[in-house]
Ligand binder design. Sequence first.
Ligand code: ZN
Length: 203
Amino acid sequence: MKFICIGRNYADHAKELKNDLPTEPMFFLKPDSALLQQGVAMYIPEWTTDLHYEVEVLVKINRLGKYIEEKFAHRYYDEIGLGIDFTARDIQDECKRKGHPWEKAKAFDGSAIVSKKFLSLEGKNIQNLDFELEKNGSIVQKANTSDMIFSVDRIIAHVSQFMTLKIGDVIYTGTPAGVGPAQAGDVLKGRLEGQLMFSQDIK
Ligand code: ZN
């Protein structure tokens, strides 16, 4: 399985990192080895001094598909989760400066936090979900999926033109404003539609 991650999908976040707004969904991948085992602490790698959290709504693909039309994209998922796209911001800035790929900064072991539970979308509108991230008791990121620049269905239509979506693939749908550093001793709690989805210790 693969993680497909969407960059700059919330205007306020693109602005905080001084990036232009994209004109089509922008994506990158994390390999399956990026998944942090559930219930295990995240150890900050020794090669970064600026590890950032990015809370994101996750969509789990439940059908195989390629060249999926936007109007049919909703048939390819029925559950949502919440996760963190951990990013070594110092390394990412260096990659951007050099015009290099982002994998070193985004795809390292433990960089993908995935909630243990996923919620059924039955009776819910995927483009109207509240989510937030709490760091040591204070809310640091808070948004609604209605603020996405590109909808989940548009993302699926776009990405599936380039790569086959497989059962079990997970899409990170982008992070809103409020990203910041995670330090040893921090506890990050993610909530989706008011439900606690994960509690992540940082070491
Ligand atoms: Zn992200």
